[in-house]
Ligand binder design. Structure first.
Ligand code: SAM
Length: 224
């Protein structure tokens, strides 16, 4: 799948996206947001925020930055969840999840819901998630993954050639994804209908200790 076909697909879906991919997969979104440390003032980055369906799930005490490559999806989010009414919204920006325009260690948690099987290069997205998340912070990925066998496997194989039109890869493999992901997995929770979707909880690497027992983090005040 390439960027242009994704932008085209979600430009088409935007006006009715919430009807086809809204409430019936919201259990997964709720479980994902529950895993986030929502201490007051914490900054959260949501990749592929789409129409902003998850926004009401966040505490009004945190700040959520939502990014997406689809202008049409973002416009729905901006209209529905203005900052004046939803104080948890820090902003909605047009940006590629594979090339984030944020400095290292910018967010306490980084989350991507139903996005990993959409982006052309999921590993690049994971590297970026890790880079912009603070060391020790939470990185969450919620996605469907291909079945290993049975009827569903047949359905996934059937739809696989239509990925570009559908706007996602039906045969996205969990073992392959985990093998290539550069972040340590904390736990995996099956969610939504029959657990077909998985919520993967990663713990971003802590900085290495130097011989003085101090970490090499560049966040926070530095000695003069
Ligand atoms: C299936 S929708 C999920 C939307 C939302 N996260 C939700 O829970 O409904 C996938 C979203 O990822 C966005 N997307 C796809 N590729 C992207 C990329 N490279 N960078 C940022 N967003 C991307 C799409 O535009 C779309 O809004």
């Amino acid at each position: 799948m390439d960027k242009d076909s994704i932008i085209r697909a979600y430009g088409f879906y935007a006006p009715f996206y919430d009807f086809i991919f809204g409430s019936w997969v919201n259990q997964g979104r709720k479980k994902a947001v529950e895993k986030i440390d929502q201490s007051p003032g914490n900054r959260i980055l949501e990749l592929g925020v789409g129409t902003g369906y998850s926004i009401p799930l966040y505490s009004t005490e945190v700040k959520v930055m939502g990014i997406d490559i689809s202008t049409e999806m973002l416009n729905v989010a901006r209209k529905r969840f203005p900052r004046e009414k939803y104080p948890q919204v820090e902003g909605f920006l047009e940006m590629d999840a594979q090339e984030l325009d944020f400095p290292d260690n910018s967010f306490d948690s980084v989350i991507a819901m139903y996005v990993a099987s959409v982006v052309p290069d999921p590993m690049r997205m994971m590297q970026e998630m890790s880079r912009v998340c603070v060391p020790g912070g939470t990185v969450l990925v919620l996605n469907h993954f291909a079945s290993s066998k049975g009827f569903l496997r047949g359905v996934e194989n059937f739809f696989s050639p239509f990925s570009k039109r559908l706007g996602f890869k039906p045969d996205f493999s969990l073992p392959h994804f985990l093998e290539m992901t550069p972040i340590e997995v904390e736990d995996i929770l099956p969610v939504n209908l029959g657990g077909y979707w998985k919520l993967i909880h990663f713990r971003n690497a802590e900085p290495e200790m130097n011989p003085n027992g101090q970490n090499g983090s560049s966040i926070g005040p530095q000695p003069a």
